[in-house]
Write a protein that binds this ligand. Structure first.
Ligand code: RB5
Length: 142
C-alpha cells in the first residue's frame, strides 16, 4: 500500500510524525510536502493529495492543516475523493466503515500527534462495509 501525505505549515510537524509511523508499519509513502513551518496555502496541498489518490498514484492519503478543514475541502473538489476530518476514534472507524474515506484529514492545532497516529491506525485497520453503505457511496460518486 502507498499513502500520499500532504500538509501546510499548520500540519507539518504532525505529517512528519505520521510519516515515521507509517514507514515503521511498512507502508510506502508519497510525501507531497510541505517541508517546513514556513507559511504556505493549504489548497495547493489538498489538491495535490486528492489528485495523487484519484489518479491511483497512491492508494490512500493523509492531510494535515491547522484544523484539517481547509485542506480536506480542497481535496474533496477532486472527483473520486472522499476526504474526512477526524477528531476521535469513532469518526476514524466510521469514516472507513461507512464512507470508505480514501483520505483522512487532521488538525495539527486540534488533536495531538499521538491521537493522529491512533486514528490513522484505526482508519487503516477498519474494513469498509458493503450493502447499503456501498449504495450510498455510489450515490456520492454519481
Ligand atoms: C493556516 O493558518 C490555517 O488557516 C490552515 O492551516 C487551516 O487550518 C485551514 O483550514
Amino acid at each position: 500500500m502507498k499513502i500520499a501525505l500532504a500538509a501546510d505549515h499548520g500540519g507539518f510537524q504532525m505529517k512528519e510524525a505520521l510519516k515515521a509511523h507509517l514507514v515503521e508499519r511498512g507502508i510506502e509513502i508519497l510525501d507531497l510536502g510541505t517541508d517546513s513551518e514556513a507559511s504556505v496555502p493549504y489548497p495547493v496541498y489538498g489538491k495535490a493529495c486528492g489528485e495523487a489518490v484519484a489518479s491511483g498514484q497512491a492508494d490512500r492519503g493523509i492531510l494535515v492543516c491547522g484544523t484539517g478543514i481547509g485542506i480536506s475541502i480542497a481535496a474533496n473538489k477532486v472527483k473520486g475523493i472522499r476526504a474526512a476530518v477526524v477528531t476521535n476514534e469513532f469518526m476514524a472507524e466510521m469514516c472507513k466503515a461507512h464512507n470508505d474515506a480514501n483520505i483522512i484529514s487532521f488538525g495539527g492545532r486540534v488533536i495531538t500527534i499521538e491521537e493522529a497516529i491512533r486514528f490513522t491506525d484505526i482508519w487503516l485497520d477498519t474494513e469498509t462495509e458493503m450493502g447499503r453503505h456501498a449504495e450510498r457511496r455510489a450515490m456520492i460518486e454519481a
